[in-house]
Structures are given as structure tokens and as C-alpha cells.
Ligand binder design. Structure first.
Ligand SMILES: Nc1ncnc2c1ncn2[C@@H]1O[C@H](COP(=O)(O)OP(=O)(O)OP(=O)(O)O)[C@@H](O)[C@H]1O
Length: 582
């Protein structure tokens, strides 16, 4: 829903323009000066006509007229350049600000939005600021000043003719007043329709294979075209109102020209005014067309631009966290002890409680596994260790210190996190491997590639480590992605390694190899594993069984098979009970 343009929006708009105020002021002053030079031309023309009538020499005046025209054009050119430059700087600052803001948003804030919508704010809305922060603001000022100056001069020449002119111009004013809100409304609808179409397109491109497999292309094309049609209709409506408002300016000038010509001619005939006054007045009328046009254009641009400012300000309202320093300082050495004290958590006030009083002690070294039915809250525990979400109640302590008291960047630098679906970033395999530690040496990369059994893959790839992996790593298999994600986490030398379902897509041979890598890692760091396949976790030093947000049991595999029916059931289903487990 549209919110009214309030003072805060104006303040924000001026805030974007403020760093460029000197350039805007100077550029604006030059544009104003060129407008005034144009305004002085009719006076020079009047004097020229007077001289012609009296038979005096006109060379000086002619030179002045030519000088005014040339100087006006040159000044306008420099002023325009300065304003364009300031406009580019405004966009640059807005984009940098938005980038920092977007990257510092908290995970839940981003999850609540459409990525396509955030993207359109970066590409579309910042661009709309371009005109509004500089040209539109300046045009409002210069247009008003020039109009007032011209009207005063016309008044000085002849009040009757000015009265006629103003009467006609009043019609333009009323039309503009009626049309502006329509322009704003229509362009807002067009922007929204474009945003919705973009979001729909992003949805399709993000799940392209699913769309193809479901044979949903025609349906999606129809939906996207419907959105595009809506944008077109709103755009045409906006264009109609803009042409009407802007066109009325030309019409009014023409109408007042004819009226002034008729009535002015009569006044010249009666000797009320001189011919030169009439010529100058008519010239003023024509020049008046420009500042009024400027005012109308600026008014409609401001409406569109302020909507963009509102959309950018909405990102400022979203929850953010401090950005990391980037120096990747590892929080201490060796493994880290982790203690969950009566942890409670829900994803939102209207969501059910996902963790309902979890208390677990994870020793500083070795492997601790979390198992339990789907939806029990295992991945949520990892997300809380990364501090993606705030606890609803309880505490998580790292080395005895509340997670909330750790510097966020240092905390995350000490954690290696392999997410459930092991997403990779588009770019090369090497970029993905060193993402957590860009300074990793070739030798370290080679080691970790061998450990995670990626060496055969690297040999097969056309450009080895420098081969592109595609959007979210789609050029690789699911199992390869999981191993790349593990290699990335190991290469960042964390104190705490969180592995969420990293063997789900591996064949038996690779699973065994990865199990050995993880067991070795657990000697030097704290390893937390979530797995549905119990074969991955039977060797864990400790297994925690989660069920419906609570800790149901904890112990070694053998202890749990004996003591916990649910775990024993899991193990039996997976043919792992007793000696089968080994
Ligand atoms: N971002 C989210 N917003 C709202 N609810 C969520 C979110 N992520 C998970 N949930 C809900 O929280 C509950 C626990 O999810 P979680 O992913 O922690 O379970 P899990 O034990 O890891 O399950 P699985 O074994 O299937 O991965 C589920 O009911 C899930 O629907």
C-alpha cells in the first residue's frame, strides 16, 4: 500500500543529495544564470527594435544579443554537466549505502523478502534517485525563480497583457494540480507491476529445471506476460497524464500568444504600449514556456522519485547486524566447548516453538552428533550457534561465554558451517574452496582437495580448479557439492565445525572416506554433525537424540541402542543395530 509522502521521506531525499550540495548549488546556479540570460534576451530585443525605429546604430546591441545567447548556451552546458555529475554521484552513494545495508541485514529479515524485489531496489530505485535528487530539485528552484522574474518583467511592461497571460496560465496550473496525483498513482502502479513481474521471473529462473520438468513454461509465460501487460497499461496511463499536463503548457502559451497578440495589437494601435513592448512581451511569453515546462516536469519526476526513496528507506528499516571487519581473526585456538542452557526458540511470534528447553553440553573436542526425526529442530540449533536468529529464551555459551557477548565477526570466523543443501556460489571451484580463507596457499588447497576426495573431479574438469561451477554449483553433482562445501569449511580452519547432512548424497565409498576426514578433524576441533544416516554418526563420541524440540536422550551409539527405543528403532530400520553398526 502507498504511504503518504511525509517529511521523513523528504529529509531522506535531501540526505542523499547533501554530500553533493556544493556541486548541485553551483550547477544549479549556472542553470539559473543561463535561464536569466534567456530572460534578458527579450529586453535586448526590445532595445534593438526601439533603436531600429529611431535609426540609431545597433551593432553594440546586436553583439550583446549574440553574446547573451552564446553565453547562456555555454553556461547551461557547464551547469548541466555539473548536475549530471552530481546525479551520478548520488546514485553511486545510494548504491554503496544500499550494498552495505543489504549485506548487513539479518538472516530472518532477508528471508521475509523476495530477492527479486531487493534486487530491483538496487538497480531500479537507485537509478530513479538520479534525476530527482539533482535535476528535479534544481528545476523546481530555477523554474520558479525564472518564472517569477519573467512574470515581474512582463508586469512592468504591461499589466493588462500580464493579466491575460496569467488567466490562461491558471488553467495550466489547475490541470497540473489535477494531473500530478494521477501521474504518481499510475507510475507507482507501473513500478509495482514491474517489481511483481521481476519477482515472478526470478522465481522461474531460480527453479528453472523444476519449471521445465513440470511442463509449466506456458503457464509461467502467461503469468509473466500478464504482469508485463499490467505494467504497460499503467505506464501508458502515466504517459497519457504526463503528456496532458506537459502538453497543456504548450497549448496555454499558444493561446496566451494569440490573446496577447490580439489585445496587445489593439493596445499598440491606441498608443497604450509601444510596438517594442509588444514584441518583448511576446518573446517573454515564448521563453516562459521553458521554466513552466521545467516546473511541470520536475513535479512529475519528484512524485516518481519520492516513491523510490520510500522503497530504499524500507530497507533501512529492516533488521541489521554489524558487518564483519574482514580480518577473519580466529576466536582462540583448538576446539571450543559449547553449552546449551534451556534453549527455547520460535521462528516468529506466530510460529510454534521449535526448540523447547534444550540443554546439552558439547565438550571442546571430539564429535557430537544430533539425530532425530525430520523437523525435530536439528538444523535450527546450528542456525542459533551461527547467531542467525535470537534465542527466545535460555543461553548458548561458547567456552563459558554467552554467544551474545562474542564479537559476531570473530565468532563466525571461528565456525565452519556446511549447510544442509551445500549451496555453492557461482564462480570457479577455487573461489568456492577459498571463500572462507582467501589467503589459503595452493598446497593447503591441494591437501584439502585430496582429503575430501575431490582430486579426481579436479583432474576431470577442463580448467581444473579454475572451472566455473555454475549458479549455486549446478555444474557439479550433489555429492560433489557436499564435498566442496566440506573442503571449504575445513580450509577455513575453524574451532567449531558444523556439518548438516553432508553425506546424504554420497555413495558408500565417499561416505566412508568423508567419515574418516571428519573423525580426523574431530581430534583438533569440535565437530557437530547432523545426519539422518546413522552410518555417518555411529562413531561419534556422543549422540544427542532430539525429538520435537527437546533432548530425548544422549550417549554413545551402543548406549542409545540399549536405552532409547526411538534410537534403537532408527538403528534397526537402517540395519545398524549392534555389530552391524561397525
Ligand atoms: N526459516 C524458518 N522459518 C520458519 N520455520 C522454520 C524455518 N526453518 C525451519 N522451520 C521450521 O522449524 C522446524 C524445525 O526445522 P529444522 O530444519 O531445524 O528441523 P530438522 O530437525 O533439521 O529437520 P530435517 O531433518 O528435516 O532437516 C520445522 O518444523 C520447520 O518447518
Amino acid at each position: 500500500m502507498r504511504t503518504p509522502i511525509d517529511r521523513a521521506t523528504w529529509r531522506t531525499l535531501l540526505g542523499y543529495a547533501r554530500p553533493q550540495r556544493l556541486t548541485i548549488l553551483f550547477g544549479g546556479a549556472l542553470v539559473l544564470l543561463s535561464g536569466l540570460a534567456a530572460a534578458a534576451q527579450p529586453l535586448a530585443a526590445k532595445a534593438l527594435v526601439d533603436r531600429l525605429g529611431s535609426g540609431d546604430g545597433i551593432t553594440g546591441l546586436l553583439a550583446l544579443l549574440v553574446g547573451l545567447a552564446l553565453a547562456g548556451a555555454a553556461i547551461a552546458m557547464v551547469g548541466d554537466y555539473l548536475l549530471e555529475r552530481a546525479a551520478e554521484s548520488v546514485v553511486l552513494v545510494a548504491r554503496k549505502r544500499l550494498t552495505r545495508r543489504l549485506l548487513s541485514l539479518r538472516v530472518p529479515a532477508v528471508q521475509r523478502t523476495e530477492p527479486g524485489d531487493l534486487l530491483s531496489r538496487f538497480t531500479g530505485d537507485t537509478t530513479l534517485l538520479r534525476e530527482v535528487c539533482t535535476h528535479a530539485l534544481v528545476a523546481l528552484v530555477t523554474g520558479s525563480v525564472t518564472t517569477v522574474v519573467m512574470v515581474v518583467m512582463m508586469g512592468v511592461m504591461d499589466l493588462v497583457l500580464l493579466g491575460i497571460t496569467l488567466a490562461v496560465l491558471l488553467v495550466v496550473g489547475l490541470l497540473a494540480l489535477a494531473g500530478m496525483p494521477m501521474i504518481e498513482k499510475a507510475s507507482h502502479a507501473a513500478q509495482s507491476a514491474v517489481g511483481e513481474t521481476g519477482a515472478r521471473l526470478e522465481r522461474v529462473l531460480g527453479a528453472f529445471r523444476t519449471v521445465k520438468a513440470a511442463g509449466a513454461e506456458t503457464r509461467e509465460i502467461a503469468a509473466i506476460e500478464r504482469g508485463a501487460d499490467n505494467a504497460w497499461r499503467a505506464g501508458v496511463r502515466s504517459a497519457w497524464w504526463e503528456s496532458l499536463v506537459h502538453g497543456s503548457n504548450g497549448l496555454a502559451v499558444q493561446a496566451s500568444f494569440l490573446a496577447v497578440l490580439g489585445i496587445g495589437g489593439a493596445r499598440v494601435a491606441t498608443g497604450a504600449i509601444s510596438l517594442s513592448t509588444l514584441v518583448a512581451f511576446l518573446l517573454f511569453l515564448f521563453y516562459l514556456h521553458e521554466p513552466i515546462g521545467q516546473l511541470l516536469h520536475a513535479g512529475s519526476r519528484l512524485q516518481i522519485g519520492l516513491a523510490a526513496v520510500r522503497r530504499l528507506s524500507e530497507v533501512d528499516q529492516m533488521e541489521a547486524e554489524p558487518l564483519g571487519t574482514g580480518d577473519n581473526e580466529v576466536a582462540g585456538e583448538g576446539g571450543a566447548r559449547l553449552t546449551f542452557v534451556d534453549v527455547r526458540f520460535r521462528y516468529g511470534p506466530d510460529r510454534p516453538e521449535v526448540l523447547r528447553g534444550v540443554s546439552v553440553d558439547v565438550p571442546a573436542s571430539g564429535m557430537t552428533a544430533f539425530v532425530g526425526p525430520s523437523g525435530a529442530g536439528k538444523s535450527t540449533l546450528f542456525a542459533l550457534i551461527e547467531r542467525f536468529y535470537e534465542l527466545s529464551a535460555g543461553r548458548i555459551l561458547l567456552d563459558g561465554c554467552d554467544l551474545a557477548d562474542w564479537d559476531l565477526a570473530a565468532l563466525r570466523a571461528g565456525i565452519g558451517y556446511v549447510e544442509q543443501d551445500a549451496p555453492l556460489l557461482s564462480g570457479s571451484l577455487r573461489e568456492n574452496l577459498v571463500y572462507g580463507r582467501p589467503e589459503a596457499t595452493d598446497e593447503e588447497i591441494r591437501d584439502v582437495v585430496a582429503q575430501t576426495r575431490l582430486d579426481a573431479l579436479v583432474e576431470r574438469l577442463p580448467d581444473g580448479l579454475d572451472t566455473a561451477v555454475g549458479h549455486r554449483g549446478t555444474f557439479l553433482s550433489g555429492g560433489e557439492r557436499q564435498r566442496v562445501a566440506l573442503a571449504r569449511a575445513l580450509l577455513s580452519r575453524p574451532r567449531l565445525l558444523l556439518l548438516d547432512e553432508i553425506t546424504s548424497q554420497l555413495d558408500a565409498a565417499n561416505e566412508m572416506a568423508i567419515r574418516d576426514v571428519v573423525t580426523t578433524a574431530a581430534k583438533t576441533m569440535t565437530v557437530l554433525v547432523v545426519a539422518h544416516r546413522l552410518s555417518t554418526v555411529t562413531q561419534a563420541d556422543r549422540i544427542v537424540v532430539l525429538d520435537n524440540g527437546t533432548v530425548r536422550a544422549a550417549g554413545t551409539h551402543d548406549e542409545l541402542v540399549r536405552s532409547d527405543p526411538m534410537y534403537a528403532d532408527f538403528a534397526a530400520t537402517q540395519l545398524l543395530t549392534g555389530e552391524h553398526a561397525r
